[in-house]
Design a protein around this ligand. Sequence first.
Ligand SMILES: [Zn+2]
Length: 239
Amino acid sequence: MNSFNSVFQAELAAINFAAGWALERNVKIKVFSDSKSSIEAIRSPKVKSNFVLSVKDNLYNAKDLVSLVWVKAHAGNPGNELADHFSKIASSCGADMSIPAPYSYIKRVCKKFLMNDWNSYWKNSTTGKRTKEILPSTNLNLMISNKYVIYLLTNHGPFPAYLCRFKILNNPDCLCGEHGDVDHYLTSCMHTKYYHLLLPTGSARTHWTRKLCKNYLFLNRLKSIFEISRKVCDDLQRL
Ligand SMILES: [Zn+2]
């Protein structure tokens, strides 16, 4: 067995071996197993794993010869204790056996690989400075689709400072005269004063963003702030 094989697979391999043994000798046997998951997998009609399907096939061929019984583990049953003892020995010095890795293992490895890849891409990228300051590492729980959170994280949105970069506005300043970037509308602009936020700094800001970016009330507040900043931009454009 390889390190990626699960105890569940080992139990199934043992049941499979016993079925093959009975079939070869044409003898009736009763297998006592403490692995509920193996027995359930064998009984389940929904199994997709080729390994489990092949065990099911073998058991089907030996159906009159092999019966499966569940016994409670570590309940002082001498046969079960002995099997446990041998399985421990086999796990360190048993014969090699080739069982394909379980689907869950492949999924975990792929996810880890993709996350590492995404993380190093994120850490090495030279763009997205503001977003990187707030969210220094990648996180699957932060797959954000709310545009207001994206405004907050990127400083890209209906703000004079941003629109000025694209020559949509001639001046980066707000109607109130201050520099019109996202933090201005979040914390200090007189036009958004009913909704102002206290922005934490450093790692506290990362925690704050992660906690709030799925909070309904917070998102509504962001929406109100950015609706005002959009109106300010519209007014500036008309000037
Ligand atoms: Zn302002």
